[in-house]
Design a binder for this molecule. Structure first.
Ligand code: ADE
Ligand code: ZN
Length: 326
């Protein structure tokens, strides 16, 4: 079989996906119409044309504006259902999905509307595709730690249906140490922990995520490669990195896909995985990300299988479920 079919057919877990980042322009327009929300684009083509970013903040400004069309439980359900259908077609059998409640609660959308919509889509995906999923509540790091603490308190009735907390949004100037207390609280409540680190921020932010937040995974982690001792530590600890090649390209973390360090990460002994981050904004779902680096870096099937295997061993599934996927 050809490499395309091999990649699609490879059972994969997706570990780094922002559900708000899976909002395709077509659904954005449909929800804008359904909710009577004005959007600053003439048509779907104009939306796609606006997706040219010089850095993370350029993207975030457009991403938070796009999320304004999400208003009701049904909207969150439809958003997540579209993602699950698309991911299933790419051979994703398990997904760990981040959501940013503060983006919605700050606009007056109740936390319950957001999470209940996501949970109903999750149940539907399990029934329709046999696809399992977990939710990761991600805190916005440009907001205060007190705001994150309040968000975790709001989530309390649903904590049995939330696997982990995460940390995303503008990295520079918002180091992990800012959130040490709320992460400690989340850990005491039995939640797993992840944080974006080393996407734009320096290796020191990756170290803070490890030492101060005590994360179970690093989201991105690219800039850890600048520090040999840190690389050695990540490799020794078997720390999973949720790497996002097309995101790295679109957000100018790399200059060209041919420069992507995914194979270097594997050679260094790092437990890298491939993920889509914000597929509606970065031009591809998870299989597109595998294909992009396979082509540009000449990855062989063994390397692709290792990346897929890492996605299960780096997941928050119970050990028996992980073993069943290997
Ligand atoms: N929110 C959505 N995608 C993100 C990314 N790649 N980095 C930081 N915050 C995000
Ligand atoms: Zn991300």
């Amino acid at each position: 079989i050809d490499l395309d079919a091999f990649i699609t057919g490879l059972p994969k877990a997706e570990l780094h996906l922002h559900i708000e980042g899976s909002l395709e322009p077509e659904l954005m327009f449909a929800l804008a119409r359904r909710n009577g929300v004005a959007i600053p684009y003439a048509d779907v083509e104009a939306v796609r044309a606006a997706y040219a970013f010089g850095n993370l903040q350029d993207f975030l400004d457009i991403y938070y504006a796009g999320a304004d069309v999400l208003r009701t439980r049904q909207d969150f359900h439809d958003l997540a259902a579209a993602y699950f259908d698309r991911a299933a077609a790419d051979g994703v059998v398990h997904a760990e999905i981040m959501f940013d409640p503060q983006t919605h609660t700050a606009r007056g959308i109740p936390f319950a509307e957001v999470i209940e919509g996501l949970l109903s889509a999750r149940a539907e995906a399990e029934a329709r595709h046999g696809m399992t999923s977990l939710l990761i509540l991600s805190f916005l790091r440009h907001l205060s730690e007190e705001d994150a603490v309040a968000t975790l308190a709001e989530a309390e009735p649903w904590l049995d249906r939330i696997a982990a907390v995460g940390l995303d949004s503008s990295e520079m100037g918002h180091p992990p140490e800012k959130f040490a207390r709320v992460f400690a609280t989340a850990r005491e409540k039995g939640l797993r922990l992840v944080a974006h680190a080393g996407e734009e921020g320096p290796p020191a932010y990756v170290m803070q995520a490890l030492d101060l937040l005590k994360v179970d995974r690093i989201d991105h982690g690219n800039r850890a490669l600048e520090d040999a001792a840190l690389v050695e530590r990540l490799a020794r600890d078997g720390m999973t990195l949720t790497v996002c090649p097309l995101s790295n390209l679109k957000l100018c973390v790399i200059d060209a896909i041919e420069d992507h360090p995914i194979d270097r990460m594997l050679t260094l002994g790092l437990k890298a995985t491939i993920n889509s981050d914000d597929p509606a904004y970065f031009g591809g779902y998870v299989a597109d990300n595998y294909r992009a680096v396979a082509g540009a870096r000449g990855l062989d099937r063994g390397q692709l299988a290792t990346l897929a295997r890492n996605s299960f061993t780096g997941s928050f599934l119970p050990a028996e479920a992980v073993a069943a996927h290997l």
